[in-house]
Design a protein around this ligand. Sequence first.
Ligand SMILES: Nc1ncnc2c1ncn2[C@@H]1O[C@H](COP(=O)(O)OP(=O)(O)OP(=O)(O)O)[C@@H](O)[C@H]1O
Length: 221
Amino acid sequence: MQLVLENISVNFKGLSEPALQIDHLDIANGAVVGLTGASGSGKSTFINIISGLARPQKGVVRWGEQVINQLSETAADRWRGQHIGLIMQDFYLFDGLPALENILLPLRLAGGADKQAAIRAHELLERVGLKRPDQPVQLMSRGEMQRVAIARALLRKPAIIIADEPTASLDKENGASVGSLILELAVQEKCTTIIASHDDRLTSRLARNINLSAGRIISDV
Ligand SMILES: Nc1ncnc2c1ncn2[C@@H]1O[C@H](COP(=O)(O)OP(=O)(O)OP(=O)(O)O)[C@@H](O)[C@H]1O
């Protein structure tokens, strides 16, 4: 399935120009794409509309046949849970819970954490290279925390991974290994992957980078 944006315009009160304006963009199934641009260029706005967290005033955001911006809020939440794995700069883990429990928690809350999910969570913990999965997450290094968050994002086999500055709060070494891990897993899991990042060492490894400035695509190579 393809992710397609058509005639998109996102406006905020108080801004004279749209925060995001895209005539046409498509991202092929399984592509791993960087989203770059200075602060305020529209990266978060882009992420919010493709994940159904916000709606453009104009235009269409489509995943296959599904028009994401026409879903109700509840349907968009459900769609996001089923289709998108989110990896954020600051991890958003629950202190006091070990890695395994953090990975399973969103699914538990949604009432879907069965035996298969637990098996998948264990497998993902191994694949992200966590040596002490029983350790409470607040005692882990930041690199380990991001590995837990990556495993959590992949638990439900999402079609799309969105990583928002996944290496920005890590030191150089951890940033490099976490970046590599995301790229490896994206390919292994055949996820369409969008990585918003200021980290040139990460984005320079991607076959395609979409560069935004003042809400518009200024290069796409
Ligand atoms: N809720 C809002 N209300 C008003 N203006 C907003 C709102 N959200 C974003 N903006 C504006 O829209 C523009 C794009 O913001 P956005 O957060 O998408 O940029 P960004 O590239 O993600 O920046 P950063 O790298 O700093 O996170 C900016 O001018 C920002 O101030």
